[in-house]
Structure formats: C-alpha cells, structure tokens
Design a protein around this ligand. Structure first.
Ligand SMILES: Nc1ncnc2c1ncn2[C@@H]1O[C@H](COP(=O)(O)OP(=O)(O)OP(=O)(O)O)[C@@H](O)[C@H]1O
Length: 378
C-alpha cells in the first residue's frame, strides 16, 4: 500500500513551532440561554494523537467538537490549531476533516466522486486528484467499490467513504462525532479497528466523540471523560480505569464494586482506610477532600479467600456467595458483602464456590481506587 502523500511527519509543515495537528483549547465556554453547555474548558490534543471525548448524553461532547470544527462560536476563550489562533476562523479555512454518524455522502456521486469532491472544490489538478482518490480508496479498503453509488454500499462501507473523503484533503485534524453510532455491534468493532488503523497510517490527529466506553478504550491514546459540560478527568484509558478521580468516572468506565470507608491516616502517596472492621492500605487520591471515601475495586480485582489472608493481600469484607454464572471467558460470582452487592470475576479454570459459601473478599493494596464519597465537580 502506498501512503506517501497521506503519511506525514508531525512538525513537518509549520513555522509556528507547534506540531501539525496540535489543538489547544484555552478557557473555551458556551452557554445556551444562560446555562453553560460547556463550562470554561482547557484541553491540549497532541499532534498525531487519537483523543476521545467520552461522556453520557448531554455532557457537552458535541458542543466542544463543533467549536473545534468552527460550526459553533464559543462565548469565551481561544482555540489554536498548530499554534495559530483560529477562534474566529471560518470552518472551511481551518483545514479540518469531519465524519458524522449519518454518512452525509452525495447520493448521486460514486465512491470515487464523493472522495474527489473536496479536491475538485480546492481546484487540485486532475492527475493529482485521481492519484489521491486512488490512494484514499485503498486506504479505506474499498478497492473494487470505487464506481458504486452510496445506495449500493453497506452502512460500514459508506462510513469508510466518509473517512476517505475527510482524509483526502490531508486535514490538520480529523473530527469524528459518533461515526459508528448507526452500525450494529459487530460492525462497530470491525470498523472501529479500521478507523484506528487509518488514523495511524495517515498520521492524522483525531478528536473522537462517543458515549460508548468500550469504543473509547479500543481507539484512544488518551481520552477526556465529560459530565455536565466539563471534562472531569483526562488520561490514558488505563489511567482512567485504574485511577478514577471520582465516583462518576469510576462508575462510568466499566463495572466496579464500591465499599464505603473512612480515611484514618495519610502518609505521602499511601492512605489508611477503615472499611467496616477492616483496616486497609490504598493509594492516596489528592482529589479527595474530607475523610469519607469510597473504595472502588473492579470485579477482576476481587479475590475470594478463606479465613487466612495471604501475604500481599488484604481483606476488604466478608461475603456470602449469592449466584455463580459461567460467561465463557470468565465466571461471574455475585456476593452479598455485609449488605453490599458485589461481583467478582474469576478465571473459569479457578475453583468454583457454590451459592451459600462464606468467603473473604481480598484485594491487593495497589488495586483499590479511593474516590470521594460525593462526585467531584471540576
Ligand atoms: N441549540 C441548543 N439550544 C439549547 N441547548 C442546547 C443546544 N444544543 C445543545 N444544547 C444543550 O447543551 C448541552 C450539551 O449538549 P451536547 O450536544 O454537546 O451533548 P453531547 O454530550 O454531545 O450529547 P449526545 O451524546 O446526546 O449527543 C445539553 O444539555 C444540550 O441539551
């Protein structure tokens, strides 16, 4: 596959010192009827990065994406792309590519013509245009479909055309708003992997909006979790999963077990927490104000034990097994932990408890995420 024109070296074409595709959002905010849809927000998306805005419906993801696109004017703040202030620059002059949920292809144009359209508008010469279209058709794996019309393509194929069209002009930044939202589960996974491959091969900065946590995890280098018009936490998928800053992030990113506790001691990066009758050591969380905390432990981090606590583990609760489910790759054990419903995921090959068994719930000190008892706002 030839990708010479699509592939770029970050930092190759700017005189400003910023790397190509770098997005800097500084105190950008927007209100509707006096209510903030986006609270004043700072965000730095690095060149070549796949960055995802993840959050529930109405959390402000699309608002922020549309401001970066130039489709919405912010009430406050500044936006820089590649070091240039584009806060008031019209969309068409921002050098940005879009892919939305509804493919928005021209129905009367073929795949090749759809991809070519923007190049024609920009008056790119014919031979160069044809070469670029051929390259994009190959990049989005639609060889053999170039002469088809959108109505002759599946939803996933149409979305590939939309991607090819967006990338044909070698945009500084690719903005994607729930591009897989209209597709069924299997196709979402397949095309999600393709989106990531295409983004990497074309070395394009991507800002992606979704409410689907799994999709965000598969695709992202980094992501920002949004809630009520704010980015409440930024980080890699693993950082956010393992070290959620607050209860909202802990619960939004996959399943978790929550044990109420109280901080009784702090020693640098370590905290001592009292959970019922048990004293535990956990990583301190600087975002917590006050002593009331919640210990978040993921189902795969809970270990079932007996009366003895092996070295390197600590007991967080006693529990009674209420249900055992075989789920193929794992066995899901439901428990009543002194009135708190919990789930532990076990390797299917591990010894299986039965309903009614009394067990100890054990956890490694580094695997307890402490969060404030109430969600943080900002
Ligand atoms: N034109 C508008 N007029 C008034 N309020 C609006 C308008 N557009 C968006 N909002 C409000 O702004 C907030 C953020 O909306 P936004 O579309 O950015 O959320 P979102 O996270 O993208 O949601 P979804 O996942 O449902 O698309 C919501 O409370 C929404 O109701």
């Amino acid at each position: 596959m030839t990708l010479s024109t699509a592939r770029r070296i970050p930092g190759d074409d700017t005189t400003t010192g910023a790397r190509r595709g770098e997005v800097l959002v500084s105190s950008i905010g927007l209100d509707y009827n006096g209510v903030p849809a986006l609270a004043d927000t700072d965000l730095h998306v690095h060149a070549g990065e796949f960055f995802t805005l993840l959050g529930p419906s109405g959390s402000g993801k699309t608002t922020l994406l549309r401001i970066i696109a130039g489709l919405l004017d912010p009430a406050r703040g500044a936006l820089h792309i590649d070091g240039m202030d584009v806060t008031r620059t019209p969309t068409q002059k921002r050098d940005i590519g879009f892919v939305f949920q509804n493919y928005a292809l021209f129905p009367h144009l073929t795949v090749a013509e759809n991809i070519e359209y923007g190049l024609k508008v920009r008056k790119i010469p014919g031979a160069k245009r044809a070469a670029r279209v051929a390259e994009m058709v190959e990049l989005v794996a639609l060889g053999g479909f170039a002469e088809r019309y959108p109505s002759q393509l599946s939803g996933g194929q149409q979305q590939r055309v939309a991607l090819g069209r967006a990338l044909a002009q070698n945009p500084r930044v690719l903005l994607l708003d729930e591009p897989l939202g209209a597709l069924d589960r299997g196709l979402r996974e397949e095309l999600g992997a393709e989106v990531r491959r295409i983004q990497q091969e074309s070395n394009t900065t991507a800002v992606y909006v979704t409410h689907d946590q799994e999709e965000a995890f598969i695709l992202s280098d980094r992501m920002g979790v949004m809630r009520d018009g704010r980015i409440c936490q930024l980080g890699t998928p693993e950082q956010l999963y393992r070290e959620p800053k607050d209860l909202f992030v802990a619960k939004f990113l996959g399943k978790t077990n929550l044990f109420s506790g109280r901080i009784t001691g702090l020693d640098g990066a370590r905290a001592t927490v009292q959970v019922g009758a048990h004293e535990l050591t956990a990583r301190a969380n600087p975002a917590i104000v006050g002593d009331d905390v919640v210990c978040s432990v993921r189902p795969e981090q809970l270990i079932l034990g007996g009366t003895e606590v092996p070295a390197g583990l600590q007991r967080i609760s006693e529990a009674v097994v209420t249900e055992v489910r075989f789920l193929g790759q794992r066995r899901s054990i439901h428990l009543d932990a002194e009135g708190v419903a919990c789930t532990a995921d076990l390797d299917p090959a591990a010894s299986v408890p039965v309903v009614g068994d009394r067990v100890s719930l054990l956890v490694r000190p580094g695997e307890i995420a402490l969060v404030a008892a109430e969600p943080e706002h900002g």
